[in-house]
Design a protein around this ligand. Structure first.
Ligand code: FAD
Ligand code: 2HG
Ligand code: ZN
Length: 473
């Protein structure tokens, strides 16, 4: 190690004490690979701060020494944003020790959580106060609020409550120059100039380190009605969604599209998952209505709407969850699709969005392209159809050669993303850019937007120490 690096380590250790700056190779290992194992990096050290002041001091030292800093939350991100590069010169800052819920204000429908709080713990804290925090993802048992904010996470309730960006009232952020931006406001209305906090939401650690957030809460959910329905096709699914929203006074909180192959993969690879319907069908939706009123007639609304849809030929069959156990089983099927896909072999993933009304046409056109050009792949296009967001994934066919299949990745990505552009869609609906999609952002973002992004980056982080190589080159 060169002299300046060892001197910097000493200064960092001085801030954290001897035990919260990890430098031994074995201790670093868990922090060096991303969840999907796309990247494997090295690091100078891993810092484990416990307070916002410590985070700010760490950044000040790194800024002076021009050390790249990689914030890491639950490390469940899909784009390699939390993984250091291969240089071994970057500092990983793990937020895992900052996991205090600082305050809950039930009357104000808000809480303040530190960045390292696990999402499921925040949901539980809200529930304990008779409130509801709606962000919900398959990774909620390990992803952290700071990661959710920094990726502007989506998940299965966006249709009703919006993405993470819409759930934030205020932020506390350590800036690269060592200052602390302390804006944990609980206000619903505040029009005092630029919305600075908005810039950190979805910035993937490229502008500063979020240390805490003031979050919106909602009335606790007391009634749900959940169906797993076989739809005629994706077009029928979107028609059903439109009807359900109107018929239920907009109480639809989830609307997930699931193809047959995803059901087969979960039944095959995930213990305890069963096909909820007798016969097999090409397309399904998992749809949930929810309400804070215990006796809202959600099931009646849902059944009436489903019956009419059956009569009109939009549906072939449907089952309603009769209790919490059956509801949980339906959700397990949905949430374990990524894991089932992983166990089945390699997959090419595309986290895309198009206008909700264009989903069916997109699946048709992109699906035809895949059938024609990827003979060794099988399409598993599923996800948050209610938000126009599809995980347009292609799995390696059972007898396909893994490396030959993966070698097609760039060609497939280009074709799918070009089509997304033709639909005025997005090449990253909810997973972010990280390291994985830097070139994609450059290719598809309008030039003016890229210029402004670079200007923002330079204004916040003139020395380029924050998560170098992520989001922007
Ligand atoms: P990390 O992976 O640790 O980091 C993500 C990015 O944020 C990195 O760039 C990192 O540097 C930065 N970062 C982390 N913490 C901070 C901080 N405090 N300050 C500044 N920057 C920070 N995502 C969805 O949107 N919707 C889904 O439905 C969904 N489902 C998933 C299901 C599974 C099974 C898995 C494994 C992942 C899923 N994800 C989903 C992706 C992932 O869980 C989310 O992106 C999540 O928000 C990442 O949180 P994290 O704490 O793991 O962040
Ligand atoms: C989901 O919705 C996640 O389950 C993961 O966003 C998507 O694995 C994927 O492609
Ligand atoms: Zn998703």
């Amino acid at each position: 190690m060169n002299a300046p690096a060892s001197e910097t380590l000493q200064r960092l250790a001085h801030i954290l004490g001897p035990h919260r700056l990890l430098t031994a190779a074995n201790d670093l290992q868990p922090f060096l690979t991303d969840h999907r194992a796309l990247y494997r990096g090295h690091a100078l050290a891993v810092a484990q701060p416990e307070t916002a002041a410590e985070v700010a001091q760490l950044l000040a030292v790194c800024n002076q020494a021009r050390i790249g800093v990689v914030p890491q939350g639950g490390n469940t991100g899909y784009c390699g944003g939390a993984t250091p590069d291969e240089s071994g010169a970057q500092l990983v800052v793990s937020l895992a020790r900052m996991k205090r819920i600082r305050a809950i204000d039930a009357l104000n429908y808000s809480l303040v959580a530190e960045a390292g709080c696990v999402l499921a713990d925040v949901q539980r804290a809200a529930e304990d106060a008779d409130r509801y925090f709606p962000l919900s993802l398959g990774s909620e048992g390990s992803c952290q609020i700071g990661g959710n904010l920094s990726t502007n996470a989506g998940g299965v309730h966006v249709l009703r409550y919006g993405m993470m960006r819409e759930l934030v009232l205020g932020l506390e952020v350590a800036l690269p120059d060592g200052r602390l931006l302390s804006s944990l406001t609980r206000l619903r209305k505040d029009n005092t100039g630029y919305d600075i906090k908005a810039l950190f939401l979805g910035a993937e650690g490229s502008l500063g380190i979020i240390t805490a957030a003031s979050l919106k809460l909602f009335p606790r959910i007391r009634a749900t009605a959940t169906t797993f329905a076989a739809v005629r096709d994706p077009r029928a699914a979107i028609e059903l969604l439109a009807r359900l929203r109107a018929a239920s006074a907009d109480r639809v909180s989830s609307f997930e599209l699931i193809p047959r192959l995803a059901v087969e993969l979960t039944v095959r690879h995930i213990q305890g998952v069963r096909d909820p319907l007798q016969a097999s069908h090409s397309w399904y939706v998992l749809c949930e209505l929810s309400s804070s009123r215990a006796h809202d007639a959600l099931e009646t609304m849902l059944s009436e709407c489903l019956e009419q849809a059956l009569t009109d030929g939009l549906l072939a069959d449907a089952v309603l969850a009769r209790n919490e156990r059956e509801r949980a089983a339906l959700w397990t099927l949905r949430e374990s699709i990524p894991e089932a896909q992983r166990r089945d072999g390699a997959s090419l993933k595309h986290d895309i969005s198009v206008p909700v009304a264009a989903i069916a046409e997109f699946i048709e056109r992109a699906g035809n392209w895949v059938r024609e050009h990827v003979p060794d792949g099988r399409l598993v296009a599923y996800g948050h159809a209610g938000d126009g967001n599809l995980h347009f994934n292609i799995n390696q066919a059972p007898d396909a050669d893994r490396s030959a299949f993966l070698a097609r990745g760039d060609t497939v990505k280009r074709a799918i993303h070009d089509l997304v552009r033709d639909f005025d869609g997005s090449i990253s609906a909810e997973h972010g850019i990280g390291r994985l999609k830097v070139a994609e952002l450059e290719r598809y973002a309008p030039a003016v937007e890229l210029d402004l992004m670079r200007a923002v980056k330079h204004a916040f982080d003139p020395n380029g120490i924050m998560n170098p190589g992520k989001v922007l080159r």
